[in-house]
Write a protein that binds this ligand. Structure first.
Ligand SMILES: *Cc1c(COP(=O)(O)O)cnc(C)c1O
Length: 281
């Protein structure tokens, strides 16, 4: 919300573009902000459809662009290519634009892999948001929103009685959750997180091959810990608290997910298929 608020303050008449696979919270935020916005088609992988994006921006070429890139979509872990988005903006000679990265999960994955897709300020992002209770593992919901100092200045308001410039949306803030994040970083360090993320990715790889060896067409996006597979029976969904969406489901190889757990999920999916192959029930 902070990122989109800054984008809107910079370009009040901007149009917000985001893909179909964007997290539901974004639509909610856009309603609060009353920003004009257009949803763009996604590819099957979950990545944004760049042709639809090009065409849609072209038609609205007179308006500044506020783009929300998914750095790891919720369902499929897909990463929008900010380089291609920048190229589209260049091709359409759009000079007023703001790009926000929703990096809730993968913002803590990509920094620790060998060949990450672009995710940071060097790639052209104006703000980045990362959740604290996903890969970092905070037991309380929290997150980090990063942007450039010059932008923060635009929304700062001097509040005399607290004696500081208020740059927040929420006002008073929780002081415990930053401590949780600090603790996680002190505990693991960058090398620790590299190891944790490496193990998560290898468990995700393991899951894809276990599914595939069992004849279930599971797959995952590059550098993603999210494994997508056909929606299993309601019983399996309930047992493993899986997140289904239409005809797919996913599992996310977070640090507590072991190969043994994967084996059990795959076996359960297989068993439910065999019980009733026509409906999967
Ligand atoms: C989880 C998630 C969110 C929501 O983040 P919270 O920090 O839980 O509010 C937003 N976007 C994506 C892509 C997510 O995966």
């Amino acid at each position: 919300m902070y990122g989109l608020y800054i984008g809107r303050e910079m370009f009040p008449d901007g149009v917000v573009y985001f893909s179909q696979d964007t997290h539901y919270s974004v639509v909610k935020i856009l309603r609060v902000l009353k920003s004009r916005n257009i949803m763009i088609k996604s590819q099957d992988s979950g990545e944004i459809d760049y042709e639809d994006l090009y065409e849609t921006i072209r038609i609205n070429r007179d308006s500044p662009v506020i783009f929300i890139a998914n750095i790891g979509t919720t369902m499929k872990g897909a990463v929008d290519d900010v380089g291609r988005v920048r190229k589209i903006l260049d091709d359409l000679v759009i000079t007023n634009f703001y790009i926000h990265a929703d990096a809730a999960l993968s913002g803590m994955v990509l920094p620790f892999v060998d060949e990450p897709q672009p995710y940071g300020f060097d790639a052209g992002f104006d703000s980045v948001a990362v959740s604290g209770h996903k890969m970092i593992g905070s037991p309380m919901p929290c997150g980090v929103a990063l942007t450039k100092r010059e932008y923060v200045g635009r929304i700062a308001r001097s509040i005399e009685y607290v004696g500081v410039l208020d740059t927040t949306l929420t006002g008073s803030r929780n002081a415990i959750t930053p401590l949780m994040l600090w603790y996680a970083f002190e505990q693991h360090g960058l090398d620790g997180f590299r190891e944790i993320v490496g193990e998560c990715i290898s468990v995700a790889e393991y899951a894809v091959s276990r599914f595939n060896d069992s004849g279930i067409p599971a797959w995952r996006n590059r550098n993603s810990v999210t494994v997508v597979f056909p929606r299993p029976s309601e019983e399996v969904i309930r047992r493993w608290q899986l997140a289904p969406y239409e005809d797919i489901a996913h599992l996310i190889a977070m640090p507590h997910v072991t190969r043994e757990i994967i084996d059990r999920v795959v076996d359960d999916c297989l068993r439910s298929q065999q019980t009733n192959p026509s409906t999967g029930e």
